[in-house]
Design a protein around this ligand. Structure first.
Ligand code: PCA
Length: 325
């Protein structure tokens, strides 16, 4: 019995110190939809490491890649509801909720990195407002490389797209299928390899990045480099979770986010060429679009931009005006 008293004291002390430790360290889950070795996810991992370091270990962010915690379309709601404190979303996935989210998914509105950056700046205040109204805050965005067409045959004009079994990842990519007479099936990136292997789909539009990640070259042989738009991933945080951090930790998050944004835009652009080379090495034909195809796709884009403007109202008009200034 003599030894039990100190033991009890040790146990009591441990029990007391645990909640103190827990209060000193905050843990956040960060659901993401893309594979761990994708450049977006690597950037998130670096962001989490930067936050850890700058906060002196006070804020630990765990990145859950590849839709392992929440599937791509569920991540926004999870952050809003606080099931995850922070998350990465593909903005264009939420166009049906509000057209503003779809501004960077409009074909041929912004086709290169410089224009995509201008569009991101024009879109940002509207995104901030929308997300704030839902109890969230936008930390940073990073674009995917420009979108081209993967197919199992040469695509020389939009007529060649008719009847394709078309993988869509967003309302806009489904709309393209509708306008060219292809059959859209919504498949998120995490399930794309399987959808290709089983023949559920035989075509889609996306970056060299996703074609590479999903080993699309094993089933499809062509990628037409249409450079049609650059959709962005956005890292969003639950506002209550952010506000619960002390001021220094909040600053650490904002600084790491600004660094991640700069790094992400740079890496996206640098890797764009790398992906094309890698796909070619894997046996894909990287095709420059024919004038006929470009012309047809631009018409599709024009229809979509006009429809978007109608739906997006005054905010949409202000966004476009800011972009075109
Ligand atoms: N990759 C993602 C979105 C855009 C991109 O380049 C995908 O295909 O799901």
């Amino acid at each position: 019995m003599k030894t039990s008293a100190p033991l009890a004291r040790i146990l009591a002390a441990t029990a007391l110190s645990l909640p103190l430790l827990a209060a000193a360290q905050t843990n956040w889950d960060l659901p993401a939809a893309y594979p761990a070795n994708n450049f977006h996810t690597e950037n998130l991992t670096q962001f989490a490491a930067d936050v850890d370091k700058a906060s002196g270990g006070k804020l630990k962010i765990t990145v859950h890649a590849n839709g392992s915690l929440f599937k791509a379309p569920e991540i926004k709601r999870a952050v809003q509801g606080g099931q995850a404190q922070i998350g990465e979303i593909l903005l264009v996935n939420f166009e049906n909720e509000n057209p503003i989210y779809g501004a960077d998914g409009l074909p041929f509105l912004a086709t290169g990195y410089a224009d995509a950056k201008k569009l991101a700046a024009a879109q940002r205040p509207f995104l901030d407002k929308l997300l704030a109204a839902q109890g969230m805050k936008l930390l940073y965005t990073v674009p995917w490389p420009p979108q081209g067409i993967y197919a199992n045959k040469e695509i020389d004009s939009v007529a060649d797209m008719k009847g394709l079994k078309w993988r869509a990842y967003s309302p806009a990519t489904a709309k393209i299928a509708e306008l060219v007479g292809a059959q859209p099936v919504t498949v998120q990136a995490a399930e794309l390899s399987q959808a290709l292997a089983t023949g559920l789909v035989n075509s889609y539009m996306s970056s060299g990045s996703t074609g590479y990640d999903t080993k699309t070259y094993e089933t499809l042989k062509y990628w037409v480099d249409t450079q049609a738009w650059l959709p962005k991933n956005a890292i969003i945080v639950n506002l209550a979770a952010f506000n619960a951090l002390d001021a220094a930790t909040q600053q650490a998050v904002l600084k790491a986010a600004a660094d991640a944004e700069a790094r992400g835009w740079k890496v996206s652009e640098e890797k764009n060429d790398w992906y094309k080379k890698a796909l070619a090495e894997k046996g894909m034909k990287i095709v420059t679009p024919s004038p006929k195809l470009t012309e047809g796709l631009k018409k599709v884009g024009d229809v979509m931009i006009v429809e978007w403007e109608k739906k997006a109202g005054a905010d949409g008009a202000a966004l476009l005006a800011a972009y075109r200034k």
